[in-house]
Design a protein around this ligand. Structure first.
Ligand code: GLA
Length: 744
């Protein structure tokens, strides 16, 4: 027996090592970008996928392939590019890599322009290409008649099967060009009879809910016209052949936009049965005057391919975000356990009460104490104060110092809430500068939550806000900022700008927000930033280049959160997802749930505690201490491990997710039973990502004196993945946390 097992292990080791060495060698031997000059084909090789482009006889750039890896020989033989790609024919027109509006192109274009002489027909042909470093390909296109250059950029992230695409438009002439539409990319999918499009939809308190829709002939579009990312749709998609629904199997193509303003993603099935997915800055209420010599750079549209179902998509996106999107070095650091005062105190904060909360938070093991709304200006409720970012003199007679000293004295970091893009009409800032908000002079200024939005397209406005925030961070020792945005744009007027530039305003605003973040990060590199927009309405790859984590939703009901979090982690790294334990009943559904259930749910992201600790019993405090300590022990797995969704909370009252170390050395499993029914036992959970031939110590983590849903035991990875883990869960809101440790 023993010899057999040793042999099996050796064989498995050889196979694993052999396979990974072979693929490493393949990756190493093969440059990410390859130009097959004879056929005018460019290949972008990623770890498990391939992307290919070519030219028609008329030198139009067309898409050839995106999917599983194919031998270069097939391109040489013309097998992949076998469809005659001639200009003007649907085969070519529907495969333009960056479709211009012009000629025979009559489906959704990426580019639509107006030249100075009034011509609105755009033609693009290959001019040159360049390989930058090892992983970036730039293909330069030019209009044959007009002085316009279009650089199509591809940056490959081979390890994650992810490709960033963006476009730079350059006016090389002496007359202005008006851009009416400039999407970042068109993704062309291989031919399939039927496609299902997955997206994330919602509203306030109900963000990132997973939706699947089968595409029909025509266009299906998700978008935001609100000047920000939005609660309604998140700029992410995944498509797979209809009928393929396995979580861990099957081909999936996906994309994610790095933009926090108005955006759209349009999936169009043509009458020839081709699917193209375009996306970028929304062309709705947009135009951009490109003056002589100027360039316009679109945000990136990130695309990827996975052949391990939706699980493969999420793990790729998570790894990509940690390595290439989130700010470094924070991306590689573990997120702290937070306390935030919002749910406990709302607007009625003061120094003594916040210090009292901080003292309690410290006892729980909290590492970062954040004071939310209510600390500044004349802020007593939502009606006043936004815009006046100095401490309220009644609540903080000695400024923030006593509080920051107390929090730091307790050994915690200190964080603060701000909402820099906003003013209340009842604020000193608005009284001094009523013209600084978005407005049209002849129209009433719509208020939402009693507030209006500052127009950062105006240089003096964005400079003022930068100065105010810079001073705040310079004057007080602040380690963390939660940047909120509680309303979106209405009356997007910028009437003092020249008429032909007024519809640039929403793009300029977002670029200004990014610029302020970038300047503040450069000047205060120690500060950690959280993006919030009435919950999760500004979560996207653009904001994640500048913020470290996100307030995923204002909804803290754990039952709803399971679904919101399932949606969030389709597209974004669990490390960025701040998740809260708040008081019973929750504020949205008025539901009471056990503290353990709330903790298990919130421990699946970056853990935050938000209850009114001044009212907590000793029993609640000691349970919380236990869970915070447990969270710290498993935090590397949750924040940096591989997420496997074992059972979806959308389809079953019993759901579970596993976070495993990439090397299979450890894992944790969270399981949730909403309500027992008919006394039925919960079905076994077949785990993932373990080493089949290794043996694991399996134990449920429970506070002292609580009955465990499973007896500690040992089992092989093979058994845990095939036969699965069986938990004894009964009752309402029952949950479990199981730890698996590989034995040496
Ligand atoms: C928004 C946020 C909350 C809180 C309040 C403060 O609703 O989503 O978390 O910060 O604003 O007013």
């Amino acid at each position: 027996m023993k010899t057999t097992r040793t042999l099996t292990r050796a064989l498995a080791l050889f196979l694993t090592l052999g396979a990974s060495l072979a693929s490493a060698a393949a990756v190493a031997a093969e440059p990410a970008i390859r130009h097959l000059a004879k056929r005018n084909v460019w290949l972008i090789n990623l770890a498990g996928s391939q992307y290919a482009l070519g030219l028609t006889k008329e030198k139009e750039l067309v898409h050839l392939w995106w999917g599983a890896k194919l031998p270069a020989g097939d391109y040489e033989r013309g097998v992949v590019a076998r469809i005659p790609v001639r200009s003007g024919f649907p085969e070519a027109v529907e495969r333009y890599e960056l479709p211009p509006w012009g000629g025979a192109h009559q489906i959704e274009p990426a580019l639509k322009l107006r030249f100075a002489d009034g011509v609105r027909d755009l033609r693009l042909a290959y001019a040159a290409h360049e390989v930058v470093g090892e992983n970036e390909l730039v293909i330069n296109l030019a209009d044959p008649h007009y002085p316009l250059q279009v650089a199509v950029h591809y940056r490959a992230h081979p390890r994650f099967d992810v490709l960033e695409r963006w476009v730079v438009l350059k006016n090389t002439g002496s007359q202005p060009i008006d851009i009416e539409q400039a999407l970042s990319a068109a993704w062309h999918l291989p031919l399939h009879e039927r496609w299902t499009f997955r997206y994330l939809a919602g509203f306030w308190g109900a963000e990132t809910q997973v939706r699947d829709v089968e595409l029909q002939h025509g266009k299906f579009q998700i978008e935001s016209r609100r000047g920000a990312t939005s609660h309604q749709f998140n700029p992410w998609f995944a498509v797979r052949p209809t009928g393929e629904t396995a979580e861990e199997q099957g081909e999936v193509w996906f994309g994610s936009l790095a933009w926090s303003g108005c955006w759209k993603i349009a999936a169009e099935v043509t009458s020839n049965g081709r699917l193209q997915v375009l996306g970028g800055i929304h062309d709705f209420d947009f135009s951009w005057r490109l003056a002589a010599g100027e360039s316009f750079t679109t945000p990136a549209f990130v695309g990827g391919y996975a052949n391990e179902g939706m699980g493969g998509v999420s793990r790729r996106l998570t790894a990509y975000q940690l390595a290439a999107v989130l700010p470094q070095p924070q991306a590689g650091q573990l997120r702290p356990v937070i306390y935030n005062s919002w749910y406990a105190t709302e607007f009625s904060v003061n120094a003594a009460q916040q210090i009292a909360l901080a003292e309690k938070a410290k006892l729980l093991g909290v590492e970062l104490f954040v004071m939310d709304d209510g600390w500044f200006g004349q802020r007593k409720d939502a009606r006043a104060g936004l815009g006046d970012w100095t401490p309220n003199a009644e609540k903080f007679p000695q400024g923030l110092k006593p509080l920051t000293d107390a929090v730091h004295g307790l050994g915690m970091k200190f964080g603060l809430w701000v909402e820099p893009e906003m003013v209340n009409p009842d604020s000193d800032l608005y009284r001094a500068h009523p013209d600084w908000v978005f407005h049209f002079p002849t129209r009433p200024r719509t208020q939402k939550r009693h507030q209006m939005m500052l127009n950062f397209a105006r240089a003096e406005v964005r400079e003022h806000i930068f100065q105010v925030l810079d001073r705040l961070l310079t004057d007080s020792p602040i380690d963390f900022i939660k940047w909120d945005m509680n309303r979106h744009v209405t009356e997007a007027g910028w009437m003092e700008a020249p008429a032909e530039q007024q519809r640039e305003v929403l793009v300029r605003h977002v670029r200004a927000v990014y610029e302020i973040f970038d300047r503040l990060r450069a000047r205060h590199p120690q500060v950690l930033w959280e993006t919030c927009s009435g919950g999760g309405a500004r979560v996207d790859l653009g904001i994640f280049q500048r913020t470290d984590q996100a307030w995923a939703s204002d909804n803290t009901d754990p039952l709803d959160r399971l679904q919101i979090q399932e949606g969030y982690t389709q597209a974004y790294a669990p490390k960025t997802m701040v998740a809260w334990v708040t008081d019973n009943p929750d504020t949205i559904n008025k539901r009471d749930t056990p503290l353990t259930f709330r903790f298990h749910c919130a421990m699946m992201g970056a853990l935050g505690v938000g209850g009114n600790l001044l009212k907590w019993s000793e029993a609640e405090m000691s349970q919380t201490r236990f869970w915070v300590e447990t969270y710290k022990a498993i935090r590397p797995l949750v924040q940096e491990g591989q997420l496997y969704r074992l059972r979806s909370p959308r389809t079953s009252a019993f759901s579970a997710a596993e976070y495993a170390a990439a090397d299979g050395s450890a894992a944790v499993v969270f399981a949730f039973l909403q309500a027992s029914s008919m006394g039925k036992p919960t079905p076994p959970l077949a785990l993932r990502g373990l080493t089949p031939e290794a043996v694991y110590q399996v134990e449920a983590i429970v506070p002292p004196g609580v009955t465990a849903p499973l007896a500690p035991h040992q089992a092989s990875g093979a058994a845990l993945m095939a036969q699965g883990l069986t938990l004894k869960l009964r009752g309402d809101y029952a949950s479990a946390l199981v730890r698996l440790t590989r034995l040496p």
